[in-house]
Design a protein around this ligand. Sequence first.
Ligand code: MN
Ligand code: MN
Length: 455
Amino acid sequence: MTKEELIYKKQTVYEKAGKKVVDSAFAYAENYKKYLDNGKTEREALKISVQMAEAKGFKEYRLGDKISVGDKLYYNNRGKNLFVFSIGNEPINNGIRITAAHIDAPRIDIKQCPLYEDSGMGFFKTHYYGGIRKYQWVATPLSLHGVIALRDGSIIDVTVGESEDDPLFYINDLLPHLGQEQSKLPLSEGIKGEQLNILIGSMPDNEDNSIKLNVLKLLNQKYGICEEDLLSAELCVVPAAKARDIGFDRALIGAYGHDDRVCAYPALTALLDCEDNTHTLMCILADKEETGSDGPTGMQCDLMLDIIDEIARNLGGSPAAAKANSKCLSADVSAAYDPNFPEVFEKQNTPLLSCGAVFTKFTGSRGKSGTNDANAEYIGWLRSILAKDNVVWQAGELGKVDCGGGGTVAKYISKHNIETIDLGVPVISMHAPYEVIAKVDLYEAYRSICAFYKY
Ligand code: MN
Ligand code: MN
């Protein structure tokens, strides 16, 4: 063997794949940015994903419907969790190629009795959703998204702050002149959960001088609702900023919610683009990953098993065999090495920006606790299929041993006897209101998943 063959060297997509792939990556990123801007919540991301699937001929499936070879279907679980699947020609007992990404993202949810006024300002009380660093969400433009469910069964969609002429929302922060004591606090305590109140108005009603009443009158004019209707609402604020290129060379994308639409988008588009009908394919876009995957729209729900059971039985196969022979990519982001914070990363085993999609054998914390830990045999197989398409990829884990850690939905899938590994895109400033990824890494995630569906 030559020296080059003997020594493994991680390379960037620019070095290894060349101009044609880089050009395709830049083109692919344009529609991804639109997907981000039109899908800032799981409900919105699901709507666009359904539109994309329908445009490719996929039809809505309801539990109990007949399923046949060649069917292209999607199952919409409560408007928040989507299963897109196509039935292949090979026996279903050979298993399903499954990808699972999540379309929820850290944000700030509005409480059920949110409205109050104090000292000339009207506010919404909030309860944050997922692992946010609270100090990052103050003094920054926010938009309001969600639904209000009425007693008559109708649903009102709310989006305020996304068009240029919409008003925005805001969370107050302290001025540095009076922030001496606050500045001495640890970052995690500088802004407290109950201080994340959303500024929503300041003009009193001329009837009884109430800002709250004025806001309610405006909400009634626009949506026909009263205060009690907020009891059955799901409203949240997210950053109002749009996805934009970052850097003079435009090779990065800054946006809210890359975690985990940067995996959801390639997992979905790779399935919709797949022209090989051999394997049965399934792309799951999950909700509630950021709060532990609980609830009927999270990956701990048994719905995935029900759908696999229905597919297997309809095709005359065995659900147990179908699961045992399935393969899964748990598609979720990882943290890219950040030279501004070298103390938390072990460089040799941390994903580097622009070096392709990252396959993470294990997640977890404190001695791999809570990890799926993918089998070596499975990674060996993945290496062989990625090599067929010259996909640029890297192995990596989340930061230094004992520096923290985290988990994904991988363990909720592998516990059903489904071979699973984490695959994702390296992210800078994960969970911040504005995160950064590299276009070439997004595209290599897409090419990885294309190979996974095809071979
Ligand atoms: Mn994630
Ligand atoms: Mn996350």
